[in-house]
Design a protein around this ligand. Structure first.
Ligand SMILES: [Zn+2]
Length: 485
């Protein structure tokens, strides 16, 4: 697959979105499966932080011409709507991916965009006036032209539905972005490290981030001020603000500090409880990932001859890549599909034959007469299982009549056991097989408040694996329930 990517912001110099862009492009390069074409304006080339040694990557540097606008926002429009459509056409790109919002509307090919948040729709004041105007004009239009949308949170996915009324394009959060950095870590250890490095002691409230208006620091400070005046026990709590633009922050801080002083004069002797750390003064803090998470990751990773970091990059990128394939609307080559239908190289035949109880996809709960029950390692909702037929057939009606009845009986038994253990509000049974044409049924417990209200869950999702102990405990509970049916 030839993936064209807008790599304009592929540098940590461009902040959070820059880091996201850099990591996700590098992860796709490291997958070593596709041809990546990164389009970069000449002026931003020196900043680029991509794995430029890879033969999978080609960087297309676009030089400025006499029409190139100098104004940064005019330039963005020109770049996206005039330059990229021509470039994508010239390079015969299969699918376009932009890690930051926008898409070239004049290019007809399949497009995937990441939408980070919709704060510009929610308030006039969170971004600069110019920025708000730009995003309001272009972001929704681009999203509506995309074939699939990635978000960084469920909240943003919901915003896309509510504020933009987009419900006809697949929208899927990829929570941990493309970096191990964002995996959960051990909070107690992390807390100790942060407090030591910053030279503060408990109790405290910690804010991390810049002081752009959209971060709403002012509200935070007001709330803190109220807290310290109205809740006696909160009086000794420090507010730590980590990060921020040094120049603006000191200016804003002076004003805000005066406000706070007035608001809470009676409670506090001075403003020393409010501590800001300017970015240039910050120590570099590296937090350790939770041992158990690392161990779990390594268990799964080792089965694929990868280390934990590679495994996570692989999982996330494969997922992102799956989206690009979906946008492309591409089936695997016909001969490959026909071979799979016959059972040649069928992964589910391998799964049925495997003596391993636990692998990268899940763990075997029980072997029943007609199939093997597997508890998914990456559940969309708790208790998601797959019941795999022991025979390689594509459709249930390819089984003999007696086996059809036996398969259905096993399935009913399993579904009832899951209902007993997880107490869902609905049990979804899905026989799909569009990826692997070997008869299997997805058993999907549904819960009130889950993320696809009154509709089916999309089969593709991405989450950290369940911790091993939890995995085993749930498996044991299902097994116990099964014996009662
Ligand atoms: Zn098979």
């Amino acid at each position: 697959m030839k993936i064209g990517i807008d790599a304009k912001f592929a540098s940590s110099r461009h902040g959070g979105i820059g880091t996201y862009t850099t990591n996700i492009i590098n992860a796709l390069i490291n997958l070593d499966q596709d041809e990546i074409i990164a389009f970069v304006p000449e002026a931003l080339l020196p900043d680029l932080e991509l794995v430029t040694t890879s033969k999978r990557l080609s960087i297309q540097v676009i030089n400025a011409d006499e029409n190139t606008p100098e104004d940064p926002y005019d330039f963005r429009v020109y770049w996206k709507q005039e330059i990229l459509p021509v470039q994508l056409e010239n390079h015969k790109v299969d699918v376009f991916f932009n890690p930051a919002f926008m898409a070239p509307l004049k290019w007809d090919g399949p497009k995937v965009v990441t939408v980070h948040d919709l704060v510009f729709e929610r308030s006039d004041h969170y971004n600069s006036e110019r920025s708000t105007k730009y995003y309001r004009k272009w972001a929704k239009r681009c999203a509506e032209h995309a074939n699939a949308i990635i978000t960084v949170s469920q909240f943003t996915a919901q915003d896309i539905y509510e504020l933009w009324n987009i419900d006809h394009i697949p929208v899927r959060p990829v929570y941990i972005a493309p970096a191990l950095l964002f995996a959960p870590n051990n909070r107690d250890i992390s807390k100790t490290i942060v407090l030591t490095e910053l030279g503060v002691s408990d109790p405290y409230l910690l804010y991390v981030g810049d002081n752009f208006p959209r971060k709403n620091l002012e509200r935070l400070i007001q709330a803190y001020s109220l807290l310290t005046t109205s809740v006696a026990s909160a009086g000794s709590r420090k507010l730590l603000c980590k990060g921020g633009k040094a120049v603006n922050l000191s200016k804003g801080l002076r004003v805000r500090n005066q406000k706070i002083s007035r608001a809470s004069r009676s409670e506090r002797s001075n403003d020393s409880d409010l501590r800001f750390f300017r970015r240039k003064d910050l120590p570099k803090i590296e937090l350790e990932l939770d041992d158990q998470i690392i161990e779990t990751l390594e268990t799964f990773a080792s089965r694929q001859n990868r280390n934990a970091a590679e495994f996570l990059a692989w999982g996330v990128s494969n997922y992102t890549r799956g989206f690009l394939m979906m946008a492309l609307g591409e089936w695997m080559p016909r001969d490959q599909w026909d071979a799979l239908r016959r059972g040649d190289g069928c992964p589910l035949c391998d799964a049925i034959a495997s003596p391993d109880l636990i692998d990268a996809y899940g763990c075997t709960v029980i072997d029943l007469p007609m199939g093997r029950l597997r508890l998914n390692n990456y559940p969309d909702t708790p208790g998601q299982c797959t019941f795999i037929c022991k025979q390689h057939v594509c459709e249930p009606y390819h089984l003999s009549s007696a086996d059809q009845a036996a398969f259905f009986a096993d399935l009913m038994r399993v579904a009832q056991a899951l209902e007993k253990v997880y107490q869902p509000i609905k049990m979804n049974l899905q026989i799909l097989g569009n990826t692997i044409p070997h008869l299997h049924c997805h058993l999907q417990p549904r819960y009130h408040g889950d993320f696809a209200p009154n509709g089916p869950l999309a089969p593709i999702s991405e989450k950290l694996p369940l911790p091993l102990e939890e995995f085993k405990a749930q498996s044991a509970r299902i097994l116990a329930a099964l014996t009662s049916f």
